[in-house]
Design a protein around this ligand. Structure first.
Ligand code: NDP
Length: 338
């Protein structure tokens, strides 16, 4: 079959494309401009005409994907802004929600062969900030970020602007499916990962222009920018290796039982010091950081119940050490770390 991957030039998306091609699927990627086509074509040239790229300039426009969905068997929608620099929350909400709805609308109207749509959501649409530990599952929705953005607008925390955009986008997807029940020939699956770390395939000029999550890892673990001993031992969250997340996109396509479900895709918790300790096994030049840190004493406020993804999708995860090593191999190759 042929799979449409939106935002194909993104950090996660290139790994999704790679996994799909390696499993024998054909892929049509969408990007916003012609300038983003070359790197993709170059990366996947060994797959010949099994990979193609089309330009969709404005994903929020009505009918944006009308042409792109023709002849497509399933859709992986990943295009959505991920950064913490928005002033007006609508800078994130409009493309997040508008892009999701327009791809579903085009799939409904012209996706005659489409059997499944997978929307890359986020744990940002699951977690609610808290002060006592909690294990979240797929029943949980981040309504607090939406509420904060509604009440405070531009003055909301930037992290909550992003989280609201992801929550509203995923809610819009489920609402669309609900409203068009009898008319749809496809079902919906959403994937909810926490922080995504791992090596890069996308076009990046320098370490400082890495995407948000990979940059966070680079700055926190290798440069330890603004990270004192306390921050290294207490700062952290949950994470997933980008290569495992890419495989989740393939399993979500293949497993019939995934239909109509959201899945939390998380390898587990981390504190930055865990990655610092791992990195020091594979490279030089990384400061020791917090030398009295004990992983067994770390308090993790946010945890996820990932049993559904393990059971239905068959998810397995590489270790934190493997992720670290793969990142360092990539950064060395690119000349970003000795
Ligand atoms: P990237 O910034 O590398 O990729 C973002 C992709 O979305 C790019 O293709 C980008 O295109 C596209 N995009 C951004 N803004 C717009 C817009 N206004 N209109 C159209 N396309 C747009 O980040 P990631 O790969 O990390 O993010 C991909 C997805 O994964 C997002 O949906 C994000 O919310 C989600 N996610 C990421 C996590 C992470 O830790 N990285 C965690 C959980 C979810 P362009 O290059 O043209 O801007």
């Amino acid at each position: 079959g042929k799979i449409l991957v939106t935002g194909a030039n993104g950090y996660i998306a290139l790994w999704v494309v790679k996994s799909l091609l390696e499993k024998g699927f054909s892929v049509r990627g969408t990007v916003r401009s012609e300038a983003k086509v070359n790197h993709l074509k170059e990366t996947f040239k060994s797959f010949g005409d099994k990979f193609e790229v089309v330009v969709v300039e404005d994903i929020t426009k009505d009918g944006a994907f009308d042409e792109a969905v023709k002849g497509i068997d399933a859709i992986e929608h990943t295009a959505s802004p991920f950064h913490f620099n928005a002033v007006d929350p609508q800078e994130l909400i409009v493309p997040a929600v508008g892009g999701t709805v327009s791809v579903l609308q085009s799939a409904l109207k012209y996706g005659t062969d489409v059997k499944r749509v997978i929307v890359l959501s986020s744990c940002a649409a699951v977690l609610e900030p808290l002060t006592t530990p909690k294990t979240f599952n797929e029943e949980n929705w981040n309504n607090l970020s939406i509420q904060e953005v509604e009440e405070k607008g531009k003055d909301a925390l930037n992290s909550n602007k992003y989280r609201a955009s992801k929550t509203l986008a995923e809610k819009a997807a489920w609402k669309f499916v609900d409203e068009h029940k009898g008319e749809l020939k496809w079902d919906l699956v959403t994937l909810n990962p926490p922080f995504v770390f791992g090596p890069t395939l996308h076009e990046v000029g320098s370490a400082s222009s890495l995407n948000t999550s990979a940059l966070d890892w680079y700055e926190s673990v290798l440069e330890q920018t603004g990270k004192d001993d306390n921050a290294l031992a207490t700062g952290g969250s949950c994470y997933i290796d980008v290569r495992d997340l890419a495989l989740a996109h393939v399993y979500a396509l293949e497993k019939e039982a995934a239909a109509g479900n959201r899945f939390i895709i998380s390898a587990g918790t981390f504190k930055w010091q865990d990655f610092v300790n791992a990195a020091r096994k594979y490279t030089t030049g990384v400061s020791a950081g917090n030398q009295s840190y004990k992983p067994e004493d770390a308090v993790h406020l946010i945890k996820y119940d990932t049993s559904k993804a393990e059971k239905v999708l068959g998810m397995t995860y590489v270790s934190l050490e493997e992720t670290t090593k793969a990142i360092l191999d990539d950064f060395k190759e690119k000349g970003w770390w000795p």
